[in-house]
Design a protein around this ligand. Structure first.
Ligand code: GLV
Ligand code: MN
Ligand code: MN
Length: 411
């Protein structure tokens, strides 16, 4: 009989949350900061204590392997991320990492011996906070991002990925990160839903059948600064007023796409020089656009680009619209979905098919391996905020189903 140690799992989630650069209950853990490095070391010890063989690649993706009876056969992977955006909660990503570890420990305790190795994977920088692009580790693993392009990405201080990773002791070349297409037989990521559907439907588990297509852009508006008292209104070329028009144009494009699946967000508005008595001279907007339908998503990108041209002409400001990424959506693999469904049935748990509206490393793993994801409810659908919450019962139920699915897939 498989048993998840709910107390241990919960106390590890709490322990990991203590590695944070924010006041509790908020968690901030940005990739390759001192705090992130401490959390990584703590995680590595947990994996080694569980009897797993741990290795790291050149970008810091961490693999913890339970070798199967056929060591050279493709592995069955599970895992997620432990980096957290500023002012986040303690469950995003962490549930899939510590829940995955607990699933492996539970399986080992039953005396089960997998034929295919089972591997816990902790991806580097799922969050785009530091380098502007999400899923850095899984993009490199899957070959969606080339080593050359990754090396050049910079953080806000101008430090490149290459400099930062070397400075934290990650050797080897980024070219070596890409894994072969037959590395994984299957991949399953456990995650909180980050939306309200499971709670609303009163269903404890969601099996992900597709992941929505995300895109991000950086829009830079350059106008003219000056004295907030001295420059008369007709003479102004205020970059923030122009940017405000763009934000509303984006909102309008998403609202009128014809589908509720279209979402668009401006999460960062950086104003220069940011002084109360100074007209904004330059504004940078970070834009995030997503949809389950890639054509509809791209129509919103086109609408934003058109708004940039119109605002530039109307307000005599210079507008640059740079596309950072526009990823394709992913479909889950029927065999992995079936394994998850069967795992739910073994325990009599009800599940529903779901679309992931958040992106995940599994989006990129889907390009090289059959994948699916298992969602558990989170309170009111809250995520990316300090009051993000998933109950210990829901988390351990997820870990139990994950363990059953890993057993099935690794036979
Ligand atoms: C991942 O955190 C996302 O933004 O979907
Ligand atoms: Mn997140
Ligand atoms: Mn996540």
């Amino acid at each position: 009989m498989m048993r998840i140690n709910q107390e241990r799992l919960q106390s590890e989630i709490d322990e990991l949350a203590a590695f944070s650069d924010a006041e509790p209950p908020a968690v901030t853990r940005i990739v390759f900061t001192a705090t992130d490095l401490k959390a990584r070391a703590w995680m590595k010890t947990r994996c080694e204590e569980a009897g797993l063989a741990v290795r790291q690649d050149a970008i810091g993706n961490t693999f913890a392997r339970w070798t199967g009876s056929e060591p050279s056969a493709p592995a069955v992977g599970t895992g997620s991320h432990i980096d957290a955006i500023p002012n986040a909660g303690k469950y995003d990503g962490v549930v899939g990492v510590l829940g995955g570890l607990e699933a492996i420990r539970a399986l080992r305790a039953t005396g089960f011996r997998p034929r295919h190795s089972i591997e816990l994977l902790i991806f580097t920088s799922e969050e785009p906070t530091r380098f502007g692009i999400g899923c850095l580790g899984s993009r490199l693993l899957s070959g969606i991002l080339t080593a050359e392009a990754a090396r050049k990405l910079t953080d806000k201080d101008g430090a490149t990925v290459e400099e930062v990773r070397r400075s934290v002791g990650l050797d080897g070349e980024l070219e070596q990160v890409k894994i072969l297409p037959d590395y994984y037989k299957a991949f399953v990521e456990l995650h909180i839903e980050q939306g309200p559907m499971l709670e609303r439907e009163q269903v404890p588990l969601g099996i992900v059948e597709r992941i929505a297509a995300p895109a991000s852009l950086r829009v830079t508006v350059e106008g003219a600064g000056g004295h907030a008292g001295g420059v008369l209104m007709p003479d102004r070329r205020d970059a923030l007023c122009a940017a405000a028009e763009l934000v509303l144009a984006l909102e309008h494009a998403a609202q009128t796409s014809g589908a509720v699946d279209t979402v668009a967000t401006v999460g960062i508005c950086d104003v220069f020089p940011s002084a109360v008595n100074s007209i904004p001279a330059k504004v940078t907007l970070s834009v995030d656009i997503r949809d389950t339908n890639v054509l509809r998503r791209d129509a919103v990108i086109l609408a934003l680009e058109a708004a940039c041209r119109a605002t530039s002409a109307k307000r005599r400001v210079e507008v640059q619209c740079q596309l950072l990424n526009a990823d394709a959506p992913a479909e889950s693999a029927p065999a992995v979905v079936a394994a998850l469904r069967q795992a739910c049935e073994i325990h009599g748990f009800v599940s529903i098919p779901m679309t992931s509206r958040a992106y995940h490393d599994s989006l990129f793993i889907s390009r090289i391996a059959p994948m699916s994801m298992l969602f558990i409810p989170c309170l009111h659908g809250f995520s990316h905020r300090p009051d993000e919450y998933a109950s210990p019962t829901d988390i351990s139920r997820g870990a139990l189903v994950l363990a059953e699915a890993l057993a099935k897939l690794s036979e």
